[in-house]
Design a protein around this ligand. Structure first.
Ligand code: GLN
Length: 250
């Protein structure tokens, strides 16, 4: 079988990578291989060169201080990131990076961090932290299961599509309007740590499909029987993990 590389970029993993977010990168790497693609993983930190190909971008959460640290470099890359979003490159931005993909994040101590405005959302730090398991419903992905831990409350501008809705378990964007995360083109912003992707294969497969389509015009798995069986096994494990996580008290 021919090697079919897919370039996946993890942005700022040194400073923006908490509560297991690196697991998202590992999940994409494994699933891409099981679909018969060659995952090429780039860990991009401040000052690093930008890779030639970018088919998917993954970003994680961080402390307010981590968000301040990356701000300068992040702004230098803002135009590139906005252009890639317009080209339908799939991106998954968790918590702290989700906030910085919005308009701004004003931290609890009054520091205002400008975002790059891919999402029409803004975030304000509050005393109360929103911590615990999070279960939301998304029309596209069904039930999405994860874990949140943030003090920033995020509000969507009129007309902005949330990633999902929190009915019972969790706070989501702000603990008030039941919205969680945001969605623009193939860019997902969400408060879901956990990490998100191992427990939510539908979201992983959406990102992989969009990345393959970006690179090759279509998603075309080339799998041996052993690879199909391994993927089915992983999905069965994910289904068990989802069942347990959904019943855990907050
Ligand atoms: N520092 C941000 C907040 O507390 C983001 C936290 C996170 O990424 N988990 O809201």
């Amino acid at each position: 079988m021919s090697a079919r590389p897919i370039d996946v970029m993890s942005i700022y993993p040194k400073d923006m990578n908490i509560y297991g977010d690196w697991g998202n990168v590992l999940t994409i790497k494994r699933r891409l291989a099981l679909y018969g693609y060659e995952p090429v993983i780039h860990a991009y930190n401040q000052g690093d060169p930008w890779p030639e190909h970018v088919d998917m971008i993954l970003g994680g959460g961080g402390q307010d201080s981590g968000q301040e640290k990356i701000a300068d470099d992040f702004f230098k890359r803002a135009d590139t990131l906005r252009a890639l979003a317009q080209q339908d490159v799939p991106m998954l931005m968790i918590c702290g990076m989700y906030q910085l993909f919005g308009e701004y994040f004003e931290t609890i101590d009054g520091t205002k961090l400008d975002g790059i405005g891919i999402f029409g959302v803004y975030t304000e730090g509050r005393e109360k932290r929103m911590i615990g398991n999070l279960l939301e419903h998304s029309d596209q992905f069904g039930d999405v299961i994860g874990y949140e831990n943030h003090s920033g409350q995020t509000f969507l501008r009129d007309g902005v599509t949330p990633f999902g809705h929190v009915d019972h378990e969790g706070c989501g964007n702000n603990g008030e309007d039941h919205s969680e995360g945001a969605r623009v083109r193939n860019v997902i912003g969400t408060y879901m740590h956990g990490p998100l992707l191992p427990k939510n294969p539908k979201v992983s497969d959406f990102l992989i499909n969009a990345a393959a389509t970006h690179r090759y015009g279509q998603f075309q798995p080339q799998q041996s029987d052993a690879q199909k069986a391994e993927l089915a096994h992983i999905d069965a494990l994910a289904a068990s993990a989802r069942r347990v996580a959904a019943t855990r008290p907050r």
